[in-house]
Design a protein around this ligand. Structure first.
Ligand SMILES: [Zn+2]
Ligand SMILES: [Zn+2]
Length: 337
């Protein structure tokens, strides 16, 4: 690998064409990102929490639960403070330079456990499989609504991630338009396919496995690694090995393996960095359109260890005060107990 010793490196994220400055000469050691948190006792059930068992009437009427009757392990409800409304027509108005679409779509909350005081890192692989199975069901379902053009599943963990509710949950938002970020990624994937006849994600996967330096886990169906041009410290990608445009096509066997990859990665973050705040996003196309040779879904995990500032805002370029290869080596070494 080409490197510039003792000099910052600008690395290009090929999926997004975003440049990142790897601050080689003043990079922090991975362990220096460890959070120094005060441990606080949190009970398993919190009376005031709308997602805790016993408070089911504090959420809007439930969409589904697992299992279907009795004590639930996973529940899905509409978001009480939905960003987009479920009812209404998708209307588009273009008036001169003002472009408008009615704010309809889907905004659901996936409550990942009946226990208030756990994170995904503390759940078992089987419990995470439940959550992933629900993701798959709901993700497929929202795309059946013709008003929905794109959908994102994401998780906010901890205050710095933007969440205010501690109870473990993720969200699904189906939008009536395709966000610019998604269009850019599609454009890049299509351009790469035009030039090479290959899927860019499949190509990156082969390259990362061959290189090996940034790999955290390499299992039967998934590879978890630190991207070459990681946008921030501990930015992690989980790529499925089988080419598939949509998360909705994941098989039962792959769900089990993905649950293991998520459990291990989040546990390594939990033990290695003392429960950092993080977001993750399932970056996927819908199951009904865009069934293509060049689109390949994946998961991106971004620990919120530093705040982005004016430079990122003004340039769309990122600064990473860690070295991806060192972070991957650190993550490989974290023991999960
Ligand atoms: Zn709760
Ligand atoms: Zn692919």
């Amino acid at each position: 690998m080409v490197t510039f010793a003792k000099m910052p490196e600008l690395r290009l994220n090929l999926l997004t064409r975003e440049w990142v400055i790897i601050q080689t000469e003043r990079a922090k050691k991975p362990e220096e990102f460890r959070q120094r948190r005060e441990k606080r006792y949190v009970p398993e059930v919190v009376e005031s929490c709308p997602f805790c068992p016993g408070n089911e009437n504090k959420t809007p009427p439930e969409i589904m639960r697992l299992p279907a009757d009795g004590k639930w392990r996973v529940r899905v409800t509409p978001n009480k403070f939905a960003a987009l409304l479920a009812e209404g027509e998708r209307v588009r108005i273009n008036e001169g330079l003002k472009h408008l679409v009615s704010g309809i779509g889907k905004h659901e909350v996936i409550i990942e456990s009946a226990k208030h005081n756990v994170g995904l890192a503390q759940l078992g692989v089987e419990e995470i499989m439940d959550v992933l199975n629900v993701y798959k069901l709901r993700f497929t379902e929202v795309f059946k609504d013709p008003r929905v053009e794109h959908a994102i599943i994401f998780k906010n963990h901890g205050l710095a991630s933007g969440t205010t509710i501690q109870h473990p949950h993720s969200q699904l938002i189906g939008t009536p338009v395709t966000p610019l970020q998604v269009r850019n990624r599609m454009d890049e994937a299509m351009r790469y396919f035009d030039n090479t006849g290959d899927c860019l994600v499949c190509a990156i996967l082969r390259d990362e496995i061959k290189d090996g330096k940034r790999i955290i886990l390499d299992t039967k169906h998934f590879v978890t690694f630190i991207p070459y041009a990681a946008l921030s410290a501990f930015h992690t990608w989980i790529f499925p090995k089988r080419h598939a445009a949509s998360f909705a096509f994941i098989t039962d066997e792959e769900i089990e393996d993905l649950a293991y990859n998520l459990k291990m990665t989040l546990s390594k973050l939990y033990f290695g960095l003392d429960d950092p705040d993080f977001n993750y996003v399932v970056r996927s196309n819908g199951p009904f359109r865009f069934r293509s040779e060049y689109l390949h879904w994946y998961i991106s995990i971004v620990p919120r260890l530093i705040q982005t500032a004016g430079f990122e805002l003004g340039s769309g370029m990122y600064m990473n005060a860690s070295i991806p290869e060192e972070v991957a080596a650190f993550m490989r070494g974290v023991k999960v107990s």
